[in-house]
Design a protein around this ligand. Structure first.
Ligand SMILES: Cc1ncc(COP(=O)(O)O)c(C=O)c1O
Length: 357
């Protein structure tokens, strides 16, 4: 078995994999709607939100599908969006908005920093925004954006808060009650530890209703369509049924482990990886205060190619991940999401030490 140290898709448990082997079902029969209901009720419960406050929406498609559905569905006709950009995924949200011809501005910073509070304040003073979109963990680097500050300023400005939490939810504390996001997009196959093919969003109930009067910018990715049919025990299109079985099993496991327990487990693994990398002479890209629980970006030593490091580790059963965009030649990434035993992280640290020795 390969140990996946890429930031999703992740190694899953035997129970999640076994769930794929369920019976064939028709998506227009009660058996599937029972499964859909079970997933939707677990989604609000496991993340500690009240079903009165937040309503879940399932979508067959990867994380980008849900992020695109969120951006395309959550801005009114003639509305304006502000995107916090400090990595590839913030950039992607701005590209999505451009594709859907949504007027968009950005508050940007270098990829190894959070945009300063004053820049966001200035932008929100200079223009009236209907919504502000932010990536919780910028998977480009493993940087955690400051949800506390962003949420405070966005709510003070009267804008909607849209969060790409695709790589964070389940692996980082997410305070729904305090940050009061209006929509949060996530995927099955990262910190939730399900399989690829399904994504989901948690949306503030009142916002979901309001969104029904917003323009339908896309047919498949129009969130109110999916939500309305799921609320009526139906489905708009053919869902990934077996992947949904696996997601239900993954959510049961997350309930058992608890989100807090998973965050602790990931934090321990991240510490092993970071201490081990530094002991072998690697410099880490981000200062400690900005690092997530689940992803570490390290600098490639001078004269050391990513491919040779990747291949040496793959021979030992570990899949690491290349740096992204402007960082691709200088860095590599090691994720610690998924069902991976702590011993494997110790073994990884020994393997990378041997590879550079
Ligand atoms: C923050 C973030 N947003 C969006 C995505 C896109 O997800 P997917 O590759 O499942 O489409 C990713 C994938 O790594 C991500 O990390």
């Amino acid at each position: 078995m390969q140990i996946l140290l890429n930031p999703g898709p992740v190694n899953v448990s035997a129970r999640v994999r076994a769930a794929l082997n369920g019976p064939d079902r028709c998506h227009r029969e009660s058996e599937y709607f029972d499964l859909q209901d079970a997933i939707r009720s677990r989604l609000t419960g496991v993340f500690g939100t009240s079903p009165d406050a937040y309503t879940p929406v399932l979508l067959t498609g990867s994380g980008t599908a849900m992020v695109e559905a969120m951006i395309a569905s959550c801005v009114p006709e003639g509305g304006r969006l502000l995107v916090v950009r400090n990595g590839v995924y913030g950039d992607r949200m701005a590209r999505i908005a451009a594709v859907h011809r949504i007027a968009t501005d950005a508050v940007a910073s270098v990829w190894i920093a959070r945009p300063p509070r004053e820049s966001l304040e200035r932008a929100l003073r200079a223009e009236r925004y209907d919504a502000v979109a932010v990536v919780h963990q910028e998977t480009t680097t493993g940087l955690l954006n400051d949800m506390e500050t962003v949420s405070e300023l966005v709510h003070a400005a009267g804008a909607r808060l849209l969060v790409d939490a695709v790589s964070a939810l389940g692996g980082e504390p997410f305070d729904f009650a305090r940050w009061r996001p209006d929509a949060v997009a996530c995927t099955a196959n990262k910190c939730v530890q399900g399989l690829p093919g399904l994504s989901f969003a948690l949306v503030r109930r009142g916002f979901m209703e309001e969104m029904q009067s917003y323009p339908e910018r896309t047919l498949y990715l129009h969130l109110p369509r999916h939500h309305a049919s799921q609320e009526q025990r139906s489905t708009a299109f053919t869902p990934a049924i077996q992947v949904a079985d696996a997601l239900k099993a993954a959510l049961d496991e997350l309930f058992e482990e608890t989100v807090a327990g998973r965050i602790d487990r990931y934090a321990r693994a991240a510490t092993i990886v970071r201490d081990g990398l530094e002991a072998s002479g690697f410099a880490l890209l981000l200062p400690q205060a900005l690092r997530s629980n689940t992803l570490t970006t390290a600098m490639l030593p001078a004269g050391f190619g990513y491919e040779s490091l990747h291949d040496a580790l793959k021979r030992e059963g570990f899949v690491i991940y290349a740096g992204q965009g402007q960082l691709s030649h200088a860095t590599f990434r090691v994720a610690n999401m998924g069902q991976v035993a702590e011993d494997e992280f110790h073994r990884f640290v020994r393997a990378i030490g041997a590879a550079v020795a």
